[in-house]
Design a protein around this ligand. Structure first.
Ligand SMILES: *Cc1c(COP(=O)(O)O)cnc(C)c1O
Length: 495
């Protein structure tokens, strides 16, 4: 997921470097911290949040942004359970651990009001403030269960950053519950419901449900709208407030195409994009489809309540008297202002709407579709994996083979040969079984293959360059590329 960067982004990056501000606080970044605020606001509006509603900050990338979201979701569950403990031990309220863990900030605040509980009182029930192993005994008493801890539901297309996060926060790798993928390789909504029911029945709070907006493997969108509908219905019927995070590190910028009636994006993907403004938090990587230099990611949350996280005190940094002093709320300490400034510049020049990024990304999709069409017309040896991957395209070198194992070897060889040609650089990916079982079985059926291997090797193209299809570049890359692939695949078949 790599491309050239845009000129406005480059200028923004340079300008910030000259002053070298540290967005840790307004003391160390008199302008940078405010630019960050404005850039976050612009990105949030692109994602569909209302004016002045959302907040967040820039990170070094999507991995840190995902962990920032998990950190906040854990903070929330921990506070809710601590309050549940207090209520069960000191009042006639009787909450189950699942009811307590999902009470939501509004009910949390109203309980604090109603019973006049100082928040400090809750510290002794916190599994974050204390040793979690000691606190378990208290939970056993308060909730009358053997508590096994919360779970995190992530679709099986998961980016490896989620495993890092779960491991880092000490939740236990077991707490990572994968949600099945359907035959298109996206989150299976029925399995999501099953996993939530399973968690409820085992008294395991769902700390977070993750949907992916642009999978790293195939560029696909989970049905974010349907996931949010399911969570809304839990809130309505059972009063379970469940955190929904969208990992849109790659695909979030496609929100700039919302409202474009002539786009090539299919309806379901448009609906998914349109629902991002309903969720609790979003990861976005300007250093991917924002065409901003590394390292630049962002975490954006729905409102200040969702932004709450364990606050730490450092006497030598000025106390936060303004919302843009973020040092207590960011996982990272010192943070360069260059990513925020680069993003701010792109927002003010290119624009995050149909006429700006929307237009650029439309071209990338057209570039991908062009290769797809040419490939289908000109080469019967190499097949396209038919999924709605926007500007990602995945291919498999089938040739005359009837065996998945052999096809995988051929595809890997073809990738090697393309990269050796020094004309194009392509990537290779491997969809594993059982994670992608349904997709692999369905593709194998279409391609008439026996499933005799542990997964599917794909030649993967990320068509991120908007000039791929363009007269300005004075070259016909899609035609050249398909021609090269044809020659190589014919050659390899001959051997
Ligand atoms: C790229 C990506 C990440 C991680 O982002 P980094 O910027 O590499 O840390 C996380 N999730 C998805 C879906 C991604 O595409």
């Amino acid at each position: 997921m790599y491309s050239e960067i845009s000129l406005p982004a480059l200028f923004g990056h340079f300008i910030a470097l000259l002053h070298n501000p540290n967005n840790i606080s307004t003391e160390a970044a008199k302008v940078g911290a405010y630019i960050e605020d404005e850039a976050i606001e612009k990105l949030a509006q692109m994602l569909g949040y209302g004016k002045g509603q959302a907040t967040g900050h820039f990170t070094s990338g999507g991995t840190v942004a995902n962990i920032e979201a998990l950190w906040r979701a854990r903070y929330r569950v921990d506070h809710f359970i601590s309050l549940g403990c207090w209520l069960n031990l000191n009042t006639t309220e009787k909450l189950s651990v699942v009811q307590a863990a999902h009470m939501g900030w509004e009910r949390y605040n109203s309980y604090l009001d109603q019973y006049q509980i100082p928040e400090n009182e809750l510290r002794k029930y916190s599994a974050v403030a204390n040793s979690p192993w000691q606190v378990m005994a208290v939970y056993q008493k308060a909730f009358a269960i053997n508590y096994s801890g919360p779970v995190v539901l992530v679709p099986n297309s998961k980016h490896y950053s989620w495993m890092k996060g779960v491991s880092l926060l000490g939740l236990g790798e077991e707490a990572f519950w994968p949600v099945n993928l359907d035959r298109n390789g996206i989150l299976d909504i029925n399995d999501l419901k099953k996993k939530i029911e399973k968690a409820n029945s085992e008294s395991r709070p769902v700390m977070m449900v993750v949907s992916v907006g642009g999978t790293t493997e195939l560029g696909e969108f989970d049905p974010i709208h349907l996931v949010q509908d399911v969570l809304d219905s839990y809130l309505k019927t059972l009063r379970l407030d469940i955190w929904h995070h969208v990992d849109a590190a790659y695909g979030g910028y496609f929100c700039s195409m919302i409202g474009d009636t002539e786009s090539d994006v299919d309806d379901v993907v448009m609906q998914a994009l349109g629902a991002i403004g309903r969720v609790n938090s979003v990861t976005l990587d300007p250093h991917k489809l924002g065409y901003v230099p590394y390292a630049c990611g962002a975490i954006i949350v729905r409102d200040l309540l969702n932004y709450r996280v364990s606050a730490f005190d450092a006497k030598y940094i000025q106390s936060p008297d303004h919302s843009v002093d973020r040092w207590m709320k960011t996982l990272e300490g010192s943070r360069s202002a260059s990513g925020a400034t680069a993003t701010w510049m792109t927002g003010h020049t290119i624009g995050f709407d149909n006429n700006g990024y929307g237009k650029i990304l439309k071209r990338t999709i057209a570039g991908r579709n062009k290769i797809k069409d040419l490939m289908k017309e000109s080469n019967s040896l190499v097949k396209v994996l038919e999924v709605p991957g926007l500007n990602l395209l995945s291919l498999s070198f089938i040739g005359e083979s009837k065996s998945l194992k052999q096809v995988n070897q051929q595809t890997a060889k073809l990738v090697e040969k393309i990269n050796e040609s020094n004309r194009f650089i392509v990537s290779k990916t491997f969809l594993k079984r059982p994670e992608y079982e349904e997709l692999i079985q369905s593709a194998a059926k279409d391609w008439n293959l026996e499933v005799d291997d542990s997964g599917l090797v794909l030649l993967r193209l990320t068509v991120m360059n908007p000039f791929f299809l363009n007269k300005e570049s004075n070259a016909d890359y899609p035609a050249e590329f398909t021609q090269l692939v044809r020659e190589l695949s014919v050659n390899l078949s001959g051997n």
